[in-house]
Design a protein around this ligand. Structure first.
Ligand SMILES: CC(=O)SCCNC(=O)CCNC(=O)[C@H](O)C(C)(C)COP(=O)(O)OP(=O)(O)OC[C@H]1O[C@@H](n2cnc3c(N)ncnc32)[C@H](O)[C@@H]1OP(=O)(O)O
Ligand SMILES: CC(=O)C(=O)O
Length: 523
């Protein structure tokens, strides 16, 4: 099986994305993750650009990578100098990477407009920059910027720029779709034309402006190119770069070519989430292969079929990329969704038991009133237990009161809540303050119940989302509150709906506490 080399530019082109910035420490941690994933080349940055990138190349040498090569990025020399005097080229060599990659101009329009030099001068600049680098570095890649646009505008000149790089004996020539507007069929045609003139190994670097970056990269691999550049999660300039989290499984599972091992592929989802975490960006749910929804089944017909055979609605087994099948519960559910969830929660439920239908109808009715169980599986589990008569009443809330007060215009508001709960035969009446009314109510409820159930001290509130339901009644609209809670072992979601935001929050908080108590006892 032929090997396709993976070249990751998350740490360089990825950081050219709006909102993405990594500390040097983040870059080092990501580099190690990429190395473990089996990425062959890690482009760490542009040392001629900023001190952070210089520090990366210095620091990465202090720790050992298992197999990846570190690449430094830059450009061909400036027009009015020679390579040995060019600041950018000198800093690239000084960074002492395993590989140096420079980009140069292919498109005659860019040579004239961006560099403002003659076409001939640009060819000299490509050749002598690369030739000089080849004498000073073990491996050199050449990124032919705007190659596809350049080829379409002036094929002869575009090929001449590649020939200049080939003459300098570079190790790989990377065809770039820099503006990201090329279509997959053009990639196939142009690569086969290039191969008539160029014998140097070819690579591909695509951007996603036409939403075709992954498709274009796969098309290029199909055409026999040997290096694919991209970024984790598709981070990158404008609409992003080609997403390696989609390209890697496509190379292995669809094109049946070698790139990383099966074991490394099982860590793909983990690496994707790690990079999101360090970038401080919420993972994209609908991301192919690695997203939370990539194998989430909602329609009753789908759930029924995947239980008979997963391949009916899954294009690959999710485990091979470290993901898993999920069944969602909603008003699009059928009995199969309820039965699948019951099995997941270790609840015995017979498909012929009339309670299955009752639960289904109750969900459809509640979703119609604004509830949503997809992010609130703990509330759904409690609902099932109530329907089956296995729900236990650990406590009863006899009432609550919340006061939100702002006495003068220049004073911040204060919030206080009182609750009355009954546990066994004992009544507890407690008050607490908080940052706002919901937090005060949460504090009061826990304060009252922790006396009876000290395990509740472990529960932390991780997320609190409020959504106004679209009834068009302004501040009198119904509200849905989704809460995510967690302890040391797990996280769970609960939901509440009311036309009163405090009441909706109260319902979700109560379910969260109730769920924790049920699970502590079951353990
Ligand atoms: C397709 C890509 O993604 S390429 C990577 C793009 N990434 C970045 O630009 C991020 C890092 N860049 C930087 O930190 C800065 O732009 C630097 C340090 C590289 C250069 O900064 P400056 O010297 O201030 O120049 P500036 O940012 O305005 O860039 C334009 C200069 O680059 C030159 N240039 C652009 N492409 C090339 C090239 N392939 N070869 C040589 N010079 C080039 C232009 O001719 C222009 O030079 P001039 O001002 O002497 O006419
Ligand atoms: C080299 C590069 O980043 C590009 O052409 O998009």
């Amino acid at each position: 099986m032929s090997l396709v080399k993976l070249y990751d530019t998350t740490l360089r082109d990825g950081t050219q994305a709006e909102d993405i910035s990594f500390l040097v420490e983040d870059k080092i941690r990501i580099a190690h993750k990429l190395d473990e994933l089996g990425i062959h080349y890690i482009e760490g940055g542009w040392p001629g650009s900023n001190p952070k990138d210089v520090a990366f190349f210095k620091d990465i040498k202090k720790s050992k990578l298992s197999q990846a090569k570190i690449a430094a990025f830059g450009s061909t020399r400036r027009a009015k100098t020679t390579p040995d005097k060019d600041h950018n080229i000198k800093t690239l060599i000084a960074a002492e990477p395993d590989v140096i990659t420079i980009f140069g101009k292919t498109w005659d329009f860019h040579v004239r407009e961006a560099l403002r030099i003659s076409l001939e001068e640009n060819l000299e600049l490509i050749y002598d920059s690369l030739e000089f680098l080849k004498q000073n570095t073990p491996e050199v890649c050449y990124d032919a910027e705007h190659f596809f646009d350049g080829y379409k505008a002036n094929p002869d000149y575009a090929i001449k720029t590649l020939q200049a790089a080939q003459q300098a004996k570079v190790d790989c020539i990377v065809l770039c779709d820099t503006n990201g507007g090329t279509m997959p069929y053009e990639i196939a045609e142009i690569i086969s034309a290039v191969k008539k003139h160029i014998t140097t190994p070819l690579g591909i670097h695509t951007h996603n402006d036409g939403e075709c970056a992954v498709a274009n990269s796969i098309q290029a691999v199909h055409q026999g190119i040997v290096q694919v550049q991209g970024t984790i999660n598709g981070f990158g300039e404008r609409c992003g770069n080609a997403n390696l989290c989609s390209i890697i499984p496509a190379i292995k599972l669809k094109l049946k070519k070698e790139c990383i091992s099966d074991e490394q592929l099982r860590h793909l989802r983990e690496v994707s989430h790690f990079v999101y975490e360090l970038a401080n960006i919420s993972p994209e749910k609908r991301q192919a292969y690695v997203g939370k929804s990539a194998f989430a089944h909602k329609g009753g017909v789908h759930v029924s079929a995947i239980q008979r055979h997963p391949e009916t609605y899954e294009h690959i087994r999710p485990e091979v990329v470290g993901n898993s099948t999920r069944v969602l519960v909603s008003d699009l559910s059928g009995r199969s969704n309820i039965l699948a969830k019951a099995e997941e929660f270790n609840i015995n439920l017979d498909s012929k038991d009339p309670v299955t239908q009752e639960i289904l109808e109750s969900i459809k009715d509640m979703e119609n009133r604004g509830f949503q169980f997809e992010g609130a599986e703990a509330s759904f589990e409690l609902l099932m237990k109530k329907a089956l008569g296995t729900h236990k009443n650990y406590f009863q809330v006899m009432g609550f009161r919340v006061i939100d007060e702002k006495r003068t215009d220049d004073q911040s508001p204060t919030a206080e809540a009182t609750v009355k709960v009954k546990v066994g035969g004992k009544v507890e009446h407690t008050a607490a303050e908080g940052h706002g009314p919901v937090n005060a109510l949460d504090n009061a409820l826990r304060k009252a119940l922790e006396k009876f159930y000290p395990k509740l001290k472990e529960v932390k509130l991780h997320d609190y989302k409020v959504r106004v339901l679209p009834a068009g009644q302004g501040t009198a609209s119904s509200i849905r509150v989704l809460i995510e809670s967690g302890d040391k072992q797990m996280r769970w979601g609960t939901v509440g709906v009311s036309d009163n935001i405090i009441d909706a929050s109260y319902q979700a908080l109560l379910d969260s506490i109730d769920f924790k108590l049920h699970h502590s006892e079951e353990k």
